[in-house]
Design a protein around this ligand. Structure first.
Ligand SMILES: Cc1ncc(COP(=O)(O)O)c(C=O)c1O
Length: 421
């Protein structure tokens, strides 16, 4: 044990953590004094004037006074949990009818993943012959926080092939081969339910079916991450296709849901974690263990956002109004993709930019390399993550030409040109 010098802090040996790859860029943006700067790094919806936006239906529900500010149960508001499970699994899901689903409220999508990860660390040891814990496989690339969330729970994380940088699309062959040949049986695989972050490239319905076959053969445990239901295509049913396909196969799986994007409730931290079990037998035990995990982490979830979501999900009129706003938000994003694509084509910017309109959801994986991204930041005050991901939701009619000019400049500026464009 080393003695600490009484004059220095107990924490003087603590090294600074590296900045978060996404929030670190947002910090740089905040510090930039330039007036005409543009932040495309963070996944938050903006209206056509570039402003944060509160959904009309959320505003409406916010007029209703909260009944009280008491604690809510560890597992959250049960009417919210039931509605969240129905939303993702489908009104007529047999797992719900047969009472094989356990759902707890979570601190948005991240919290659902973290509580699920903790549960897996404690209870998932499917292969008695192997004392090592199963690994968690996330796509390469994946949302920057996935690895950290699972590793924080003590789980080992590896990656499976997902994206082809040449076609800027899902590498279907590579993905299936990797799952078949390199991912050990019983591993946990994280699948983005729709609007894959950061690439915006989703498997086709055919490919989802093939993935399911491999999952069944290898007895993989699927952990779906659904952060964009309804926000990707504007259609809640369509964006739940993969989750429902897997549910209908009868496998056990976990689903993390976020209401940050689709209800615009980012800071309210509204989410849900569901366990879909094979039968009703483990349901009470799973529920009680999830509550134990939640109790020791943060005791109980926040009430306000979940109350709002609960009202919207359970009131047919409010639900219709929400669906209309989902169509509006997703259409605006799709329009930004189209405008950006057209702007690059009209500038004759070298490269094939068709992936911008093919990709779905909030982000486009532009194909710009890290050098080009830095160039955009330093010369044009446009902020994106260094993997070339740009939030299409952060663009507006006014800023598309500025972004297209900057990309054109970066791409045509001699040695900055990326081979993958
Ligand atoms: C793939 C994915 N999963 C989970 C999340 C979690 O978001 P939140 O915790 O804000 O719901 C995000 C947010 O960007 C995401 O993109």
């Amino acid at each position: 044990m080393t003695m600490t010098d009484a004059s220095s802090s107990l924490w003087s040996h603590v090294p600074s953590a590296p900045p978060d790859s996404i929030l670190g860029i947002a910090n740089l943006y905040r510090k930039d004094p330039e007036k005409k700067k543009l932040n495309l790094s963070v996944g938050a919806y903006r209206d056509d004037n570039g402003n944060p936006c509160i959904l009309r239906v959320v505003r409406k529900v916010e007029q209703e006074p909260a009944p009280d500010h008491e604690y809510i149960p560890m597992a959250g508001i049960s009417l919210f949990c039931q509605a969240a499970a129905k939303l993702i699994l489908g009104e007529n899901a047999s797992s719900i009818a047969e009472k094989r689903v356990v759902t707890v409220q979570s601190l948005s999508g991240t919290g659902a993943l973290r509580v699920g990860a903790e549960f897996l660390y404690r209870f998932y040891h499917p292969n008695p012959a192997n004392t090592e814990k199963p690994r968690v496989y996330i796509p390469r690339p994946s949302w920057g926080n996935h690895r950290k969330v699972f590793e924080s729970a003590g789980l080992k994380v590896s990656e499976y092939t997902y994206f082809d940088p040449v076609t800027c699309d899902v590498d279907a062959k590579g993905l299936l081969e990797d799952l078949k040949n390199n991912v050990p049986s019983y591993s946990v695989i994280v699948l983005h339910a729709c609007a894959h972050n950061p690439t915006g490239a989703d498997p086709s319905e055919e490919l989802w079916k093939e993935i399911l076959q491999v999952v069944l053969q290898k007895q993989l445990l699927v952990f779906f991450d659904s952060a964009y239901q309804g926000f990707a295509s504007g259609d809640l049913e369509k964006d739940a296709f993969a989750v429902r396909l897997f549910e209908q196969s009868g496998i056990e799986m976990l689903v993390a849901q976020s209401f940050a994007k689709n209800m615009g409730l980012y800071g309210e931290r509204v989410g849900a974690l569901s366990f879909i079990c094979k039968d009703t037998c483990p349901v009470d035990a799973v529920q009680s263990q999830l509550e134990t995990i939640i109790r020791s982490m943060y005791s109980s979830p926040p009430a306000n956002g979940a109350r709002i979501a609960c009202r919207i999900l359970n009131d047919p009129q409010l639900f219709q109004e929400w669906k209309q706003e989902l169509v509006e938000m997703s259409a605006r994003i799709q329009n930004m993709r189209k405008l950006l694509y057209e702007a690059l084509v009209s500038r004759k910017t070298p490269g094939d930019w068709s992936h911008i309109t093919k990709q779905i959801g909030m982000f486009s994986f532009t194909g710009l390399n890290a050098k080009q991204v830095r160039y955009l930041r330093e010369k044009h005050h446009i902020y994106m993550t260094e993997d070339g991901r740009a939030s299409m939701a952060g663009l507006s009619r006014e800023t598309v030409p500025m972004f297209a000019d900057a990309i054109h400049d970066a791409v045509t500026n001699g040695d900055l040109r990326s081979s993958s464009l």
